[in-house]
Ligand binder design. Sequence first.
Ligand SMILES: Cc1ncc(COP(=O)(O)O)c(C=O)c1O
Length: 484
Amino acid sequence: MTIVANKTEPIIYELSAPGREGAALPECDVPLTPLPKNTRQDLDLPEVSEVDVVRHFTRLSQKNYCVDLGIYPLGSCTMKYNPKINEEAVKLPGFTTVHPYQDVDDVQGALQLMYELQTMLGEICGLPGVTLQPAAGAQGELAGILIIHAYHKARGETHRKKVLVPDSAHGTNPATSSMSGYQVVQVKSDARGNVDLDELRKLANEETVGLMITNPNTLGLFEEHIREVCQVIHDVGGLVYGDGANLNALVGIVKPGDLGIDILHSNLHKTFSVPHGGGGPGAGAVMVRKDLAQFLPGPIVVKKGKRYEFAMPRKSIGRVKSFYGNFLALVRAYVYVRTIGKENLARVAEDSVINANYLLARLKEVYYAPFGNRVCKHEFVLNGTPFVEKYGVRTLDIAKRIQDYGFYPPTIYFPLTVPECLMIEPTETQSKESLDEFADALLQIAEEARTNPDVLKNAPHTAPVTRLDEVKAAREPVLRYKRQ
Ligand SMILES: Cc1ncc(COP(=O)(O)O)c(C=O)c1O
């Protein structure tokens, strides 16, 4: 591959020329009054023409990599293509102009949408109680743990203090448990990447609040003994919280409720194609088994005859967000399910799994795949340690180099249980050609690591900025241009 040297493009201040303007105003026909202090004239603004401004912002917009440009293989984040019909729907005035204080009789359509989305999610997950309030997966987890707390309290079992969390769970699972005031007890995985059942049996007891399990787990593996795992927890009176952020691998095929999961969140901004990234508004709907619905955060939408209303569940843990959740995110998720059709959702899961396994098969001879002997679900992990040992090349270098090939890098150094980890999730929205382009690039990079490791260590070569002090960039970002 030809390495294109970094080309520094002009910053708008560098295009500035005294007196150049973007607008020609008519001759002033009123007396001139000096502007008050600290207005535009005192600011150090660039003096540029309209075309300079347009080119500047167009250039900036093109620096942004996005799902509309190519594969975004960020494992555990399900960066799937976001269908444009979702955006058409959210632009409908009936959705954009509703106000949360409007009388429910004036917004029956919006409530109907929420009610139908609740029903669809309940059916998809096999857990009929649904709240759409949480704004993110992690907030759904908090709501879930608070529901578990309310459940034990209602049974007078306040002595329970420990939440079991497998070491293959997402980091938000132990974080949520400990934020809720519980002790986190880690459960080890076995050699096949499943929860170690013997260890789980030893740890589960009358102090157990429940288990928080990510399935498929962060290794991209389906928990092979999920029913037994749930049984162990139920036998000691605990509840099982399923982290459903990876529902993309199961949707339409497996109902988590049928596996023994009692409570589950789904990141609608992953499985159900709501755009995310950059901290935008998400939606972390929570689904529960029937007897737990009384504890759900509310208000939720109920139907009385032909009329939709908001209602607070009888023993609700309260609100976890103002009003009714991120409504337009819910509209997008609803449109996604309706356009695909509930009966076709299984194709989403099948294709996401096929795509991940195809990539794994193409890469596992060259990159070390610690669980390459198993069929993965929607994502898989690679261990970059052999590259460190043989060529002094780290996973970070591989991830930086992939940018020179025009791709967004995979998730790296997560999960923590896999050293030098690369975590790849292609999603179902990639064609075979785009999977091949990505695999070819990674294989070429592996060859470069062998023959010319420095090209990786100094990558990226095509980005406006190359290696940053990433901690400093996050903690002390310099967001303002300063003239020299
Ligand atoms: C497995 C898993 N669980 C939970 C979360 C948290 O979801 P959110 O980022 O919406 O809070 C994520 C997000 O990356 C995840 O991948």
